[in-house]
Ligand binder design. Sequence first.
Ligand SMILES: *[C@@H]1O[C@H](CO)[C@@H](O)[C@H](O)[C@H]1NC(C)=O
Length: 858
Amino acid sequence: MENLIKLHGYLFWYLLLIPTLTIAIPVDTITPTQPLTENQTLVSAGDLFELGFFRPDNSGKLYVGIWYKRISVKTIVWVANRDKPVRNSSGILEIGEDGNIQLVDTTGNPMWSSSNQSTARNTVAQLLDSGNFVLRQENDENPGNYLWQSFDYPTDTLLPGMKLGWDAKTGRNRYVSSWKSSTDPSEGDYTFKLDINGSSPEAYLRNRDKIIHRSGAWNGVRFSGAPGIGTEGFIASSFVKTKQEIYYTFEIQNRTLYSRLLVNHTGYLERSTWIEANRIWNVFWFGPRDQCDYYKECGTFAICDTNDSPVCECLVGFKPRNQQAWDLRDGSEGCFRYHELVCETDGFLTLEYMKLPETTTAAFVDAAMSLDECKEMCVRDCFCTAYTNSNISGGGSGCIIWTAELVDMRRFSAGSGQPFYVRVAASDADKNGDVATTGDGDSGKTKKIILGCGITLGIVLFLLFVFFQLKRRKSVRVNNRRTTEFRGERGGDHLMNAIAISNKRELSGETITTDEFELPVFDLSTIVMATDNFANANKLGQGGFGSVYKGILVGGEEIAVKRLSKNSGQGVEEFKNELRLIARLQHRNLVRLLGCCVDNEEKMLVYEYMENKSLDSILFNKHKSSLLDWKTRFNIICGIARGLLYLHQDSRFRIIHRDLKASNILLDKEMNPKISDFGMARIFGGDETEANNTIRVVGTYGYMSPEYAMDGLFSVKSDVFSFGVLVLEIVTGKHNRGFYKQNNEENLLGLAWRLWRERRGLELRDSTMISEAYSEWDDQVMRSIQVGLLCVQEKAEDRPNMATVMFMLSSEGALLPQPKQPGFCLGNNAAITNSSSSNHNHQTLSLNQLTVTALHGR
Ligand SMILES: *[C@@H]1O[C@H](CO)[C@@H](O)[C@H](O)[C@H]1NC(C)=O
């Protein structure tokens, strides 16, 4: 009896509870049998967040959102269906048949759904204490295994634990975007998003497409230009960059503190905490805060400083590009360098308390380097414009190097920002830490101006003196030595004057004079004897302007003889060119010229003999390519890079090879590479970097850069392109076809680009290298491919210079920029096949093996 009463009691309570259960007892989960209706909410287990329906302004529009449970002013942090409200109807949030969370109106119309693609069943959706709303398998052993999560789809608020940035798994670059207005949660005009392409990613605040504010690179503690977004007080911030993820995130030690990062609908970033006593969100940082926070307020090579008037100031050694606008307080056009750099003698200007210039283009990061190593790297690379530590914590470490214009800098007041070192002409460099550095107050500024004037005057007088001295010396030289100058091709001839010539020798009617170099001249008879009268058996190969023979001198020394074809009119120019050039080039990665031989019609060059012949004869030969293991290949890549770097900037002249290809790389006994064939190389003046050769386009299809093949423009960057092709060929063992193919087949560049983007880069590796235990070289292989792809980018300005290439190849763990699409990566290109290869339209399979000279039809 007692038992019966007890049972009745249970039953009574049970029946009483059932109808109110879902409302009265907080539940944090939606299950297939338990949807959420408009008058219900989910509450996270720790009572921190609440998810439910809301109608802003009591309008007819219904949204699903998440807000703080215990904050007395309803603060919405996430909206599910921000762009598709339920209108004039109620709604139900449920687990749909496909396992997704879905929002339907009362007639069953789907309004929104979580976008999980997997066909998992038995799913439930749960609101967590972090504010994350997650979809997961009901009985998943790993509760962190989410099929979908709201944290991947931020609205306007970044909560602790949310990630701003990219995730390889979802392929999404998560960003925050403002509401349209205080009562309209649909996506507004303002976004704050990480640009993940640079080597040191930065976040941009934009109004639609227009950049308003740039966060500056992450400096280990905070974004260098957005001091509020970093580690401070109770907020622990971090920035992560791996192959899988690139993101910014923050954590709060104390769960009961509410803190958020928001992009508000009037276009500001706000970082705030909730103060319950005052019932307000206390904004402790916002941005943009002042004039200098606006993107490119002072353009390039200028510093914005709100303590100065005007706020924009050119760096020392620079002048406003547009003085008139500058005087009218518009600094946006920035400044230009009027004290030119000389490379070897340049110095550095130290700037304190700086927001770092933009890093998303042409900047490189190596987290392992010290500041001294960083400086040394910058000194060695003539294109380096500035450097500094990439991480300011713990006294500073790591290295960022800029190799282009410095854009959007500002100076903070003492105590924030970081030191920054800009390359300037020697006259502008730091002297006792004075003059160059600015940043002091007004009185300091006046002093600086007076001091600056004095020094400028001194420099001007000194420069005038030097100028006249040089002029006198030069005219003396010209009078003494002006015996002959070669008529070089246009664009090149005045440069040839740079080579002083005396010591007369007869050469096809012209007088060659050599002065600073002494080149042995071989008798024709010696050569004939050495090569067994140019016996076919001794023939090593056939180049564009003649054949190459192996020879043995009487003393036993092996030589290679390049014999120019007699009737090749062009050959004479190239011969002289090569003679002039190579005789004064000394580098272990350039083939050594032993002498020349001139006899009536015969013109010959004598080189050191290379046991392993040319790279192409091994690399593209199925039976021999296994001789090249990865270490050898990488050594060859680095050797070619060193040789090319020497040509481009370390030798006395800037030399562009113009015909870099596998058959022009010779290998010695130890498989060390040496660049050969300077028949088409051009010398440039110190500051000239590009020339327009409208007459003849020479080079080899498959290795030619787009701008050279199409417009005849050649520069160090066209050599870089050819180098990139070579690197990809060396890694893959495949030959890059030119663009002359009529069909749409992918060439090597196209293949490399596609596999790279699909993250299958390692598949490019030559199959002969797969059998060995190669995984230890995976990083090096991938780095080489990335460097190769960076070198073959469509736009010359995007390609790195050789110094940077060396840096990228040699620094393990350095974060390299993401390559853009290569030039000529498809098999066909109508414009080219039409304009320059009308005479090659018939099948010319050997074309890309040979050097071709095409008349340019423009
Ligand atoms: C947006 O943020 C800025 C900076 O905190 C503030 O001045 C402005 O009032 C905010 N706008 C709204 C609508 O809250």
